[in-house]
Design a protein around this ligand. Structure first.
Ligand code: MEV
Length: 309
């Protein structure tokens, strides 16, 4: 029996821009997935035959990494699926880590790299931010700029992203999960068409780059009020590049009305989730619960992907 646990993620600032090499900040969260893998007589997931479509991330991980006997895989998840909270990235990193561990040991860097390849294969267009966050844990900044102190770098189709560790202050973040499923690949493609054809979109991404740098500074100074203002400005840009929806706008407004210093889309948007910060997280969460599918208060996950054999 091999068990792997991986955290989900939230993007604090800079989603979409990171696909084009702009900086983004992401944090691993205290909602997690677990995968238990055992040798078996046929391939199954949660006691059903492995389904090429439903279990596409698992299927690809097996194709890339396993040539042994069939496997029986059981998964458990605290992360709602298609919510923009990294459920696919977390399941991929957990399975990849477990398969590496069953062969000859794993490193977080190897897990991040293979998991990104799988995500890219499935989604067609992606940055390595989700899979690197789930693998590394804590928080990371992802950027095309090479500076000292990166933990790994990942290249694909002529783009290279450098992954930097980021020390998160102790912080509670409220998540509101909308009733609309986040369709990451289609939103990423929609935004890419806008970016390709509009210099306005490029200006917005440049503006977002500056915001991410300011946000990093505010968090380092533990200035949560300032960080909240920056989240609001980042949300406005995401709205302008077409990543929001009526439902998301409603949730962002609800969080702000309940006292949030800042509230924004997290992840690709369209549907999915919002994040908010403020002094009274319980109040924000309760207000969100009235309007959305579910709401949580999360803290940074300190460990990233882990395996027990
Ligand atoms: C999704 O969590 C973040 C996006 O920037 C896509 C990506 O970076 O792969 C929207």
């Amino acid at each position: 029996m091999t068990v792997a646990i991986s955290p989900g993620k939230i993007i604090l600032l800079g989603e979409h821009g990171v696909v084009y090499g702009k900086p983004a900040l992401a944090m691993a969260i205290s909602l997690k997935v677990a995968a238990d893998i055992e040798i078996s007589s046929s391939y199954t997931v949660n006691s059903r035959p492995l389904d090429e479509k439903k279990h596409i991330y698992i299927k690809k991980a097996i194709e890339k990494l396993w040539d042994g006997e069939p496997l029986s895989i059981t998964t458990f998840s605290q992360i709602p699926s298609a919510s923009g909270l990294g459920s696919s990235a977390a399941i991929t990193t957990a399975i990849v880590a477990a398969l590496f561990a069953m062969k000859n040991g794993f490193s977080k860097e190897k897990v991040a790299k293979y998991s990104f390849e799988i995500e890219y294969d499935v989604q067609g267009m992606a940055s390595p931010i989700d899979t690197s966050t789930c693998s590394y844990g804590n928080a990371i900044m992802v950027w095309k700029k090479e500076k000292e102190g990166y933990i790994w770098k990942i290249s694909k189709n002529g783009s290279t992203w450098y992954i930097y560790p980021f020390e998160m202050p102790e912080i509670n973040i409220v998540i509101g999960v909308s009733n609309i499923k986040s369709k990451t690949p289609s939103i990423v493609k929609k935004v890419s068409k806008f970016v390709e054809h509009s210099s306005f979109a490029k200006d917005l991404l440049n503006e977002m780059e500056l915001l991410v740098m300011e946000g990093v500074k505010a968090l380092r100074q533990k200035d949560i009020v300032k960080f909240g203002e920056i989240m609001n400005q980042n949300h406005k840009i995401l709205y302008n590049i077409g990543a929001s929806s009526r439902e998301i706008e409603k949730l962002v407004a609800t969080a702000r009305k309940a006292g949030a210093y800042g509230a924004k889309i997290t992840g690709a948007g369209g549907g999915g989730s919002i994040i908010a910060i403020g002094d009274d997280c319980e109040r924000i969460m309760e207000a969100l619960k009235e309007k959305c599918k579910d709401a949580y208060i999360v803290t940074p996950d300190k460990e990233g992907v882990k395996v027990w054999k």
